[in-house]
Unconditional design. Sequence first.
Length: 407
Amino acid sequence: MTAQTIRDLLPSAAGRAVIVRSDLNVPLNDGKVTDDGRIRASLPVITDLARAGAKVIVLAHLGRPNGTVVPQYSLAPVAQRMTELTDISVTLAEDVTGISAQDKAAQLEDGQILLIENVRFDARETSNDDAERAVLATEFAALAGPDGAYVNDAFGAVHRKHASVYDIASLLPSYQGALVATELNVLDRLIVDPHRPYTVVLGGSKVSDKLAVIDNLLDRADTLLIGGGMAFTFLKAQGHDVASSLLEEDQIPVVKDYLRRSEAGAANIVIPTDVIVAEAFSADAAHAVVDANAMASGPGGSDGLGLDIGPATAKLYSQHIEASSTVFWNGPMGVFEMENFAGGTYAVAKALTNVQGLSVVGGGDSAAAVRALGFADEDYGHISTGGGASLEYLEGKALPGIDALAR
Ligand code: ADP
Ligand code: MG
């Protein structure tokens, strides 16, 4: 069964309390929102419901307060930013399902928005105990009353079996939000009948984080370009001395198996031919471009750390990317947080903007990288709001928050 969507709900939303689970997990600094991308992405569903006359109750989490009230993780700055971004004022409840939430939900009028305090202040939200989560879900549903409805628009959280994501969906008529629908739609185009050539660019720190994705995409993509810290496990598996670069020795057999599958007709796996090696893991460390087979002879010798793909590799990867009709990129090519080691990530980010077709950026650090390097969201076909969720979907895993809506 497929889920009902927000469009099915809007005509009957007037006068009803509608609980919307949103992903408002944004970075904060000094109590101010530093990147409001997720708030902007969540507002359309919330404001559409309010304009349709619903009493909108928003559930969201922020950071990992681990089930206790941590003032630093209050959603107050988020409520303020939401108010700045819309003409509808947003009230914040001071607790999750306590007196404040109950009173404010009861007083809510048609067209108003109430944001409930960080749901992860309540330990039951993320509990492994089904019964504990079910009780919290019942308390959430009670905030909406007998005529309530539930919308899940929190794509970044749909891979979690949490009370506000999963359990609540069995208690109220449930609908898929527009952001979730968009994300799934784009990700489906990476799995089902992608336009070819289809290139996947994978980087980031550890290969062990991305094994299941590589496994699944090896049989779907035409080319896999490997960069970032994980490249060194591939280089080592090919017999290179990677000096002191990030290496996951225990993953070498798995990586060798991927390389064998590639040879046998799966996606073409491309690994760096040159790398930037540094003397130390620091922004101003001495560094040099070396061939992939000469890493131990860069500055620092056998202590050399590979911190970025080299310029020849960056050029080769860019050519692959620009010649593709579908590109999915997850994981920076190097330690992009340090300017000297951001070149590979910049080249890939730039090449993706030139793709004639669908370009998708997934992964929290990758999305942060493209913004930090000065690219705009509009330069890409899609920047996923959910790193973990998008990877799990591409791995072919079931997403509890999505499945719960279709029951
Ligand atoms: P994403 O969040 O996009 O999925 P990851 O979390 O897997 O990406 O990895 C991001 C991190 O990988 C960045 O902080 C970056 O500094 C680090 N990284 C990239 N290349 C290397 C490298 N060669 N050595 C060590 N760390 C690296
Ligand atoms: Mg990350």
